[in-house]
Ligand binder design. Structure first.
Ligand code: ZN
Length: 449
């Protein structure tokens, strides 16, 4: 069974590579003086890889067509689940394959759009002639970096006959926007990944409204908690101890106090939003339904509430569990709880899921110097408020930074009218040339951080 499956996959890969890429119909023709990297970026943006039906096949074909024009760049398509979810891996072999390699990752997919709320077709990649803004879903998150990696390598190979010391891999993975379970999560578990011997990863970051680039050394981890209060039902007129609603309200009071304590730190400027534990109520389920709404003279016997919790990597998961069992949903108050989603907070060695941004991590210094060489400045390293595929690498103990070179740009990921300016995009290619060159020629020890 396995062999037949494997044969089918190899056969499909062959068909895939033989069939030529046909560019999607263009809604805005390239300007005669439009730089070729901008035209290529816009063509990538026109491929609709938004959920729920991302066209991964066309996207991978397009990237493969460009990659095949770069000398010595190896192309591999890996199917971790189905043929509809390819993962593209490009490799530039280093002169010393015994050294850990560097991986540049981006995801192929994007979130859905509400087309009617956009100024331009979200898959038309409209380039505004007056200000150079390119409007498209994925312009910031994260098709920009996927193409910039490729353009940077193309330029390095073309102009300078660049030959790296360490091997450089570039991966394009499916499904990041829906959790990464059929994408990066499976890839890091695969034999192919282990064989790559990855020492350091660059993944996506976020736009920076200031003149400095942002860099992310950790993601916050999501937990979803549902708490349930039980109690005796009773007439709406009666006051008695331990009814379900009363028990739930006491819990909500305690949770609200904790939420305030965290939010106060943010309001006082003592911590960033992503550095505290956020606990936000997302649903409340109570009451006895009636044809016109709810029965008003009855106190219900069950009440449920759901919370979205986000933990920074420094949070102690055991301490939070104690809070939940002893204060937020204590059994003595007839409460139960369920953690319906429990993101991982520690790597395989029990260390917090973060990449050090100091001298203890030699990769950090190399990255920082590369940004300086590119004439750029970095803001204070941050924790990303949401999650990305970077967590899967950090769980394996591989240092990973989130970085997308977009300065003087409003943060528009997942928003209507997502755009990136052509000049910002082109600058990003230059920045990656420095980063790729510096990281791949780093000859120091990198086994630990
Ligand atoms: Zn993203």
């Amino acid at each position: 069974m396995f062999t037949r499956h494997r044969q089918l996959l190899l056969f499909s890969v062959a068909i895939f590579l033989l069939s030529e890429y046909t560019p999607p119909p263009s809604s805005a023709a390239a300007h005669p003086r439009e730089p070729a990297p901008i035209t290529r970026f816009r063509s990538y943006l026109k491929i609709n890889t938004a959920h729920p039906n991302p066209d991964y096949t066309t996207a991978v074909k397009y990237l493969t067509a460009i990659a095949s024009t770069i000398p010595t760049l190896r192309i591999k398509i890996i199917y971790l689940t189905t043929l509809e979810k390819p993962l593209l891996l490009l490799t530039l072999a280093g002169s010393d394959p015994s050294l850990p390699a560097v991986l540049f990752n981006s995801h192929l997919d994007s979130v859905p759009v509400e087309s009617s709320k956009w100024l331009h077709d979200p898959f038309g990649a409209h380039l505004s002639p007056e200000d150079g803004k390119i409007y498209a879903r994925g312009a910031q998150d994260d098709k920009c970096i996927g193409m910039q990696y490729l353009e940077a390598i193309k330029e390095l190979k073309g102009n300078l006959d660049f030959s790296p010391l360490r091997t450089v891999h570039v991966s394009y993975v499916p499904d990041e926007e829906i959790g990464g379970f059929d994408g990066m999560a499976k890839f890091v578990e695969s034999e192919e990944f282990k064989e790559l011997n990855i020492g350091f990863v660059m993944d996506e970051g976020q736009a920076s409204p200031s003149d400095e680039f942002r860099v992310f050394y950790a993601d916050r981890t999501p937990w979803h908690m549902v708490i349930k209060a039980n109690g005796l039902p009773g007439h709406g007129s009666r006051m008695y101890e331990n009814c379900a609603m009363e028990n739930m309200m006491k819990s909500i009071e305690v949770i609200t106090k904790f939420r305030d304590s965290q939010f106060d730190l943010v309001k006082a400027g003592l911590a960033a939003n992503s550095e505290v534990i956020s606990v936000n109520p997302v649903f409340l389920k109570a009451g006895t339904p009636s044809p016109t709404g709810f029965v008003m003279n009855m106190q219900p016997s069950e009440v449920e509430a759901g919370f979205d919790i986000r933990l920074p990597p420094t949070a102690d998961p055991d301490l939070l569990m104690r809070r939940i069992t002893e204060e937020w949903a204590p059994a003595w108050r007839n409460m139960t709880y369920e953690i319906t989603k429990k993101g991982v907070l520690r790597d395989y060695l029990g260390r917090p899921l973060l990449t050090p941004t100091n001298d203890s991590n030699p990769w950090w210094s190399v990255f920082e110097q590369a940004i300086a060489k590119a004439g750029g400045k970095l803001t204070k390293p941050e924790i990303l408020a949401s999650t990305t595929d970077a967590r899967f690498m950090r769980q394996r103990g591989i240092p990973t930074l989130g970085f997308s070179p977009m300065k003087n740009t409003p943060i528009l990921l997942h928003d209507h009218n997502e755009f990136l300016k052509d000049s910002v995009y082109l600058d990003g290619i230059k920045v990656y040339k420095h980063i790729i060159k510096s990281l791949s020629s780093f000859n120091g020890t990198s086994s630990s951080y």
